[in-house]
Design a protein around this ligand. Structure first.
Ligand SMILES: [Zn+2]
Length: 180
């Protein structure tokens, strides 16, 4: 009888732990504190603080479309964004917090109407989460510093990564390499 009670308690504990599992799988396991991320300008890792703002603060800083994409998991219409056909040499930063996200050297023509990259500047600069909206399972990509929604990553990209980071232009801010 005692053993059965103990087993029941253990199972309850496991269920509770599973329910409390963090939403983010990589860097953004915590919503506050410091992060170690890659800085392209410095050519190395730097420590930075997480950025947390209220919806009102984000609305003041962003255009309505930027807010919808980054803070409400929106998706801009294909070919509507400014970076799908953009070929400058530089870095694409987070529109919300300025973190380095993608290098133009990893950008490729995906033919989708959204800016596409084979990899982020460093794994630590992004976070990923499972997205079960629209009756499918996709991998959402977020900024690891401010949790901005950036887009999704798909396993049908070119070699060597084989990945296609399909981003929204509205979530990005391009900075030319000679202005870093
Ligand atoms: Zn950010």
């Amino acid at each position: 009888m005692l053993r059965r009670t103990a087993l029941k308690l253990t199972l309850t504990g496991a269920v509770l732990l599973a329910a409390r599992a963090p939403r983010f799988t990589w860097a953004a396991a915590t919503s506050s504190g410091t992060l170690r991320v890659w800085s392209v300008a410095k050519g190395g890792y730097v420590m930075t603080d997480k950025v947390q703002k209220s919806p009102e603060e984000w609305r003041q800083q962003l255009t309505p479309e930027q807010y919808h994409v980054t803070r409400e998991q929106g998706t801009e219409r294909a070919y509507s964004g400014g970076y799908s056909n953009h070929h400058g040499d530089g870095i694409y930063r987070c529109i919300c917090c300025g973190q380095d996200l993608f290098d133009s050297r990893t950008k490729f023509e995906s033919g989708t109407g959204w800016p596409s990259y084979t990899e982020p500047v460093a794994a630590e600069n992004i976070a990923t989460a499972e997205d079960r909206s629209f009756f499918s399972v996709r991998t959402e990509v977020l900024c690891s510093r401010c949790d901005a929604h950036l887009g999704h990553v798909f396993p049908d990209g070119p070699k060597p990564s084989g990945l296609r980071y399909c981003m929204n232009s509205a979530a990005l801010n391009f900075v030319a390499r000679d202005r870093l």
